[in-house]
Every structure is written in C-alpha cells, then in structure tokens.
Design a binder for this molecule. Structure first.
Ligand code: GDD
Ligand code: MG
Length: 366
C-alpha cells in the first residue's frame, strides 16, 4: 500500500520548536515525530511512502534517509512554493497508484487504517475520510455523516453554529487517483476547501473512529501528545519501553534524586540529589537536572542543562538550552534550541523564547 504524507506546512503554531527544525522531525518523546506516523502506517501494510515537503525539506530527508530502517520505500517531492494540500498531491500524481492513502503530517493517532481501507472498498468510495469526535470542532474540517457513512456536508473551519456536528476530519484519507482530475495543475489548491465539498454526494465517505487522535500542531498539544505516549494512552513503539509503572529509565542515566511515573529518561541524563522529576516528564539524552530542582509535566530535550533549585512545570525546553539556578519556567512556556537563561528568571504564561536568545541573570519576570 502506498501513502502520501503532507509535510509542507511551516509549523508556525509550534514555534520556536519549528524555528530550527521542520515539524515532521521535531523530537517527540524519543524519536522524530513523523516516525510515529511511519510506524503506524507500516503496521497497516504501507510499504511505499511519498513525503510531500516544502519548508526545510533537506533536513527532513537528512533525518529519515530512504526509509529502509523502517522497512519502507521513502521518496520526497519538493515544492518551491506552497501548493496547498491538493496542489501538493497533484505534484506527486505521476508516482501514485490507483488507490492510496493520504495523511496530514501532524497527527498522532492509532486509527485502524486497515478497517478504513476495507470500508472504502465496500462502499466503492472515491475518497474516505477518517473522522473523530472532538469537543470544539471549529479549528478543523467538520463533517455531517449519513447512516450509510456517505458525507452529507463538509465545512473547513466553520464559524460558530455553522454546522451541527462534532465529527472532524482526522487527516487520514483513502483516495482513488481519479480524484486528482478535480485539481488543476500548477496552482495552490486546498483539498479541504476545493475538493471535499465537490465530492459530497459523489463518492465522499467518512470512517468514524473512537481511536486516540491528536493534531500535535501547538505547544499545548505537543505536551499532551508526549504525556499520552508515556502514559501508554496511544498505541506506539514507546509502550514497549515503559515498565508496568510507566517508567523508562535508561540504564546509562544517573538518577540520584527522585523520579515519579510516568517518565522517560534517556541515556546520559543526570538527575542530581534532591531533585524531583515527574510525573509526566521526558528527559532527553545527556540532560542534567540540578540539585533540588523540580520538573513536572515537562519535556527537556537533548543536552539541556538545568541548574540547581529550578522549577519547571508545564513547559518545553529544547535541545542544548542552559538554565541558571533558581529559574522558574512554567505555564506553557517554550524555550527554543540553544536558549541560555541566567539565574533567577521567571518565564511563564505561554512565553516563547526563540533559538539562541541569551537572558542574563534576573532579566525577566513574565
Ligand atoms: N506539501 C504541502 N504543501 N503540505 C502542506 C501544505 C502545502 O502547501 N499546506 C499544509 N500542508 C500540510 C501540513 O504540513 C500538515 O501536515 C497538513 O498539510 C495539514 O495542514 P495544517 O496546516 O496542519 O492544517 P489544519 O490542522 O489547520 O487542518 C487540517 O487538519 C485537520 C486535522 O488536524 C485539515 O485537513 C482539516 O480538515 C482537518 O480537520
Ligand atoms: Mg494541523
């Protein structure tokens, strides 16, 4: 089975994590985000993947190579300027099989694609969208479904009250190649705004699912995805690393302080005496947590060094950051790669510090 993954978005909502690294290869728990998708696809018989890239395509290729490690053939199609979700697919047309999967490249899910493909065959659909219920559908493509699973209405990012449904398109589609006849070449075309509405009543079906699903496109959801993975709420390869208490501490990590589950601590990481790490924490390779520091509901990526007596809660600290003693980073704050924060700072309320920024001692209280 073939799959096209759309990874051409700029990932602006996930900045500063995506300032230096494209969204598909942003580290999530213990691997590049897109690896979760590739493993899920492989588990449903996908062996041929086309990555439709734009922004920073070379670094996606550098991280993923030719896919052989994952047992896949991996190819890349690059756009010089964004073509939109349908325009990007159109660019890959000559490589496509008669029937294939298309995926938004930013969803963490374990939806049963095999069952979705089976339904697609049974109904003779031209396009089958996987659907999940969400509380607030306004940021998504909203679908009204008939009893027979044909789509009665599709509205992308509806205004409040515009559609009465909480079922949204989950960003995983089974498509027949002839759908591309609806897409003009060499133009920016949105599949959500220009193709799905035209297929209503003409072969557009939905596959409702109650599987785990999350669009990881913002720091809050990136943290949520991390927590769900290390809590074992989503089917992924990380589950095998967690013990019965949902702890994974690499034997080459050194823990002198205390760790509460769920937590995942990589090789070379060091938790000093009196420090408390967890629950819901990931410490990347070679991270160090100073004596007496508290780290809770947080992701600290590779090589970051946290001083003594710090408090880190509900935050993301990217690779290579240095945080001076007694600094507090809380409430959704995100430090980009290589940020250097001196002692006695308070960074909170969703503050985003961009890569390479240096903050002297006591510089901010946000
Ligand atoms: N190659 C390429 N070119 N990819 C693109 C382009 C483009 O011009 N524009 C967007 N993408 C990719 C993004 O990288 C992302 O993986 C995917 O297409 C969807 O784009 P988002 O920008 O993340 O869209 P969204 O999250 O607002 O909405 C989409 O996803 C929702 C589910 O998360 C829509 O498909 C909604 O209908 C859907 O409900
Ligand atoms: Mg998205």
């Amino acid at each position: 089975m073939q799959a096209v993954i759309l990874v051409g978005g700029q990932g602006t909502r996930l900045r500063p994590l995506t300032s230096t690294v494209p969204k598909p290869v942003v580290q999530l728990v213990d691997r590049p985000f897109i690896s979760f998708m590739l493993e899920w696809l492989h588990g449903h018989g996908v062996d041929d993947v086309i990555m439709s890239c734009g922004f920073l395509a070379d670094s996606v290729r550098a991280v993923l190579g030719d896919g052989s490690e994952l047992g896949l053939r991996l190819r890349f199609v690059e756009e010089r300027e964004p073509r939109g979700t349908a325009g990007a697919l159109k660019m890959a047309e000559s490589m496509l099989d008669e029937r294939f999967l298309m995926l938004n490249g930013d969803v963490l899910t374990d939806i049963d694609l095999s069952a979705q493909i089976a339904q697609h065959e049974r109904t003779g659909a031209r396009a089958t969208l996987s659907l999940v219920p969400v509380e607030d559908p306004s940021a998504y493509g909203v679908v009204v479904l008939e009893q027979d699973r044909s789509v009665l209405d599709f509205v992308e990012k509806p205004s409040p009250g515009q559609v009465d449904s909480n079922l949204i398109s989950a960003g995983a589609y089974v498509l027949q190649r002839d759908v591309l006849e609806l897409v003009e070449p060499d133009r920016n075309v949105s599949i959500e705004r220009e193709v799905w509405p035209r297929l209503v009543g003409d072969g557009l079906f939905g596959f409702p699912s109650d599987s785990y699903w999350l669009d990881i496109g913002t720091p809050e959801r990136y943290l949520q995805g991390t927590f769900d993975i290390i809590s074992g709420n989503v089917e992924s390869a990380v589950r095998a690393r967690l013990d019965g208490d949902r702890l994974a501490i690499d034997e080459r990590a050194e823990v002198l302080g205390r760790v509460s589950a769920p937590a995942l601590i990589e090789q070379g990481a060091r938790v000093e005496e009196g420090a408390h790490v967890g629950g819901l924490v990931v410490l990347g390779e070679d991270v160090s947590i100073g004596a007496g520091s508290i780290v809770e509901r947080a992701v600290i990526l590779r090589g970051a060094q946290i001083g003594e007596g710090c408090e880190l809660r509900d935050c993301i600290v990217a690779a290579g950051c240095r945080v001076g003693p007694r600094t507090r980073i809380t409430d959704g704050a995100v430090l980009g790669e290589g940020v250097n924060v001196g002692a006695d700072n308070v960074i909170t309320s969703g503050a985003r510090i961009f890569p390479g920024v240096q903050l002297p001692d006591g510089a901010i209280e946000f």
